[in-house]
Design a protein around this ligand. Sequence first.
Ligand code: DGL
Length: 270
Amino acid sequence: MSQKIKNPIGVFDSGIGGLTVYRALRAQMPHESFIYLGDTARLPYGTKSKETVCRYAERVARKLFEEEIKLLVVACNTASAAALPYLRELWPDMPILGVVKPGVQAAVEASKTGRVVVFATEGTIRSGAYQREIQKRALDMQVQGIACNLLVSLVEEGWGEGAEVDGILKRYLKRITLDNYDVLALGCTHFPVLIPALRSLLPPEVALIDSAETTALAAKRYLQENKLENGSSVAGRDRFLVTDCAERFRALAPLFLGGRDVDGVDFIAL
Ligand code: DGL
């Protein structure tokens, strides 16, 4: 056990967007070490079938478990929505946390009208994971899921604001048909980058919910409850691994980390 507490936390994403979740995890747990694995060779997951995403997720999770992580955080919404039960079946003894449940918890708590809109990738919306999870907590809640694939490319291009971004966001916002909604849940790793632009387009009574914060709190709680916290007073270490284009990942990282650079990014063949 004493050795295990020093083991890193594994963070898995289809690519770079999961850095928004890593950032929240890092802020909550400064003494933990992290291994972040971005499957950039297979990005995007959001437009792929459930079977394909399960296959990709298995490969990445296996690699992270080989690194003896003490907890796996699936930071990718699409992978959380499509593959979480599959991964838990494959590794029943390993703790695996996704982002959908924590995101739903935050959305349900924030909504007074009981009407929630979810922006996510096509795969996440198709899976019905947000809709199911929300209704599990509150049967009478109404949910509208909207697939916004283009927003992923926009953010990857480094465009978080400006007239073009506003124009595209307005087109997606026009698809909302749910009356009286008061929560827009951001069910995709990339979308927190668009919060300032979305905020300026939405009425003030609509809360923008991002699952990074609640996921980080859930991960911290898991370590506390299972006595797995790294008690060291020294700052934890980070490793960033990608399956393709390490330089591109490094160049885009500050966009997802509030301006911060990542020290080193290593390529691994998976
Ligand atoms: N990481 C994905 C998600 O959160 C977005 C990028 C992709 O489609 O792979 O759904």
